[in-house]
Write a protein that binds this ligand. Sequence first.
Ligand SMILES: *Cc1c(COP(=O)(O)O)cnc(C)c1O
Length: 379
Amino acid sequence: MIPPPWQARLQQSAEARLALGRDRGIHPAAGVDVCSNDYLGLRRDPRLAEAAARAAREHGAGAGAARLLRGTCGLHDELEAVLAQWKGAEACLLFNTGYQANATLIPALVGRGDAVFSDALNHASLVDGCRLARANGAQVGIYRHLDLEDLAAQLAAWRAEAPASALALVATDAVFSMDGDTADLPALLALCERHGALLLIDEAHATGLLGAGGAGLAQLQGVHGRVPLVMGTLGKALGSFGAFVCCAALLRDHLLNTARGFIFSTALPPPVLGAALEGIRLARNEPWRRERALTLADRLRSALGQACQPSAIVPVPVGADVAALRLAQALQVRGFDVRAVRPPTVPEGSARLRITTGAHLADGEVVALTDALLDLLQR
Ligand SMILES: *Cc1c(COP(=O)(O)O)cnc(C)c1O
């Protein structure tokens, strides 16, 4: 039998990946969790499990249809109302995943003649949203990471050429997912207001974790309720699954009518909604969880000689893919579930460990991890 041509093609790319130390596989959880995004330790909280079970009993295991058909139950409306209130927004629209939200809300807002400007280190879902907008005829500008002068120059150059009715969107991670650094939202907001641009922030790693009420980076930086488009996820700190966009009612109505990832996808199932509502309640009522996650991260950062940051993500830069893999494996042998992050998730030559802290970690576990890490880095 002659093997079909796709086999040779896929075999070749698998070998190329292996040679680069860049092959990916799915490895089960083992050891102390210092790599998930369960920052508040809520994922396994029995109160979330009970809320999910109650929602399933009352509303069913699945939604049965997209939101615009018969897929909406009272829990969708309740969760949107709670999120809008928490984030200080007029309205909120749920999406099934953060990936779907970002990838489809950008092309729903900007098209031919418009422009979207995106931080160079934004999450892949924002990148794909920009690609779809470009396919619809929008101009895409990538500005240097956190460089607002570069962004201002690109905005001004575009505006000088664009028709008055053209729309500009600026998209940024609030807390960057692989470095744990943060955007300067007040400065971004001022810049966007000056250029009449819409600002979209992705609070996937900030929701539940930052700000006096846990609402996110906008709250921490004093621009709570002022960013026009605040996207966030329910599957990280909040311990459930799904995503949302908080915005004005007019924007929500536009997205509901045009964002294909919202329209053409079965609604979030009731158990996930029940767990998310309980996760938000606990995130707001038990502030010790976020304080603990952030304190542990800063402890680890100072041991590594890094500056304090308002995030629970601690990158350990390595550089070469194989070296990052080896360091991760050595920590795994010592009982810590640490994963190496390699290109294309991070830029070429910047493979690293991505360590995260959560409220579920004991002091002793973080001390042992720090000692093991310092010991291995010295060798
Ligand atoms: C995880 C993540 C997403 C995607 O959210 P999902 O709900 O997991 O699809 C989007 N943006 C950022 C910054 C993320 O870290």
